[in-house]
Design a protein around this ligand. Structure first.
Ligand SMILES: [Zn+2]
Length: 211
C-alpha cells in the first residue's frame, strides 16, 4: 500500500514537473512572438488595386485585373484583421468602405472599436459613420470648428499606424502617402494617452463649455 502511494505521488509530481516545463517553454515562445518588434513604413498609392476576393480566398480568376500580391493596402487591412482586443482610430475622415467594413466586423465579433473623427465629416459624401454606428462602434467627433487632423490608429495597444494617409479610397489608389507602423512601446503609450484624453474630451455627455 505504501509503495502504491509512493508511486502515485511520484507520478503526479513527475506529471506536474513536465507540465511546468512545457508551460514555461510555451510561455517563453509566446512572449517572444508578442515582442517581435515591428518598425516599417508603407507607401501609397499602390500600383494596382488589391483584390478583396483574393484576400478572402475566393478569387480564382487567373486573369484578375486586381493585385493578388502584397500591396500597401492589403498590409494595412491585415493589421486590422489581426486585431485581437481593441482598435482605436483617430482620423480626419473615413470614406474607404473596405477599411470601414473591417472595423465594423471586428466590433461585431466582440472587439472594442473606438473612433474619433472630425465633426464636419458626419455628413460628408461617402462617410462610413452610419456603418460604424449600426455595428455598435462608438464614434465621437471633435465638436469644434477646428480640424481633427490626426491620422493614427492603435491596435491592441501594441501597434501604432500613423502617417499622412487619409482613410479614403483616393489615398489608396491616387495620393502619395506614407504610413509608419511601429510596435515601439514608448511611442504607442504617448499616442494611447492622447487618444484617451481626446476620447474623454469629446464625450457627448460633457458640457461643451468645458471643451
Ligand atoms: Zn482577384
Amino acid at each position: 500500500m505504501y509503495k502504491l502511494l509512493t508511486t502515485a505521488v511520484t507520478t503526479v509530481a513527475f506529471g506536474k514537473l513536465m507540465y511546468d516545463i512545457i508551460s514555461t517553454i510555451y510561455n517563453r515562445l509566446h512572449q517572444k512572438d508578442d515582442k517581435e518588434p515591428v518598425d516599417k513604413v508603407i507607401f501609397f498609392p499602390d500600383d494596382t488595386v488589391s483584390c478583396r476576393k483574393y484576400r478572402n480566398g475566393i478569387c480564382k480568376d487567373v486573369n484578375c485585373r486586381m493585385s493578388h500580391d502584397n500591396t500597401s493596402f492589403s498590409q494595412l487591412i491585415t493589421i486590422f484583421e489581426q486585431a485581437k482586443r481593441s482598435i482605436d482610430v483617430c482620423v480626419f475622415v473615413i470614406t474607404c468602405q473596405e477599411l470601414a467594413n473591417v472595423l465594423a466586423e471586428k466590433q461585431k465579433r466582440g472587439l472594442t472599436v473606438r473612433i474619433i473623427t472630425d465633426s464636419e465629416q458626419e455628413d460628408c459624401s461617402g462617410s462610413q459613420l452610419y456603418k460604424f454606428r449600426a455595428a455598435g462602434v462608438r464614434v465621437r467627433t471633435d465638436r469644434t470648428t477646428f480640424f481633427m487632423h490626426h491620422k493614427f490608429a492603435i491596435v491592441d495597444n501594441s501597434l501604432l499606424v500613423n502617417g499622412s494617409f487619409n482613410w479614403t479610397k483616393q489615398a489608396v489608389t491616387g495620393n502619395f502617402e506614407n504610413l509608419l507602423i511601429t510596435s515601439n512601446k514608448g511611442i504607442i503609450q504617448q499616442y494611447q494617452q492622447e487618444f484617451n484624453r481626446l476620447w474623454e474630451k469629446f464625450d457627448p455627455g460633457k458640457n461643451l463649455k468645458n471643451l
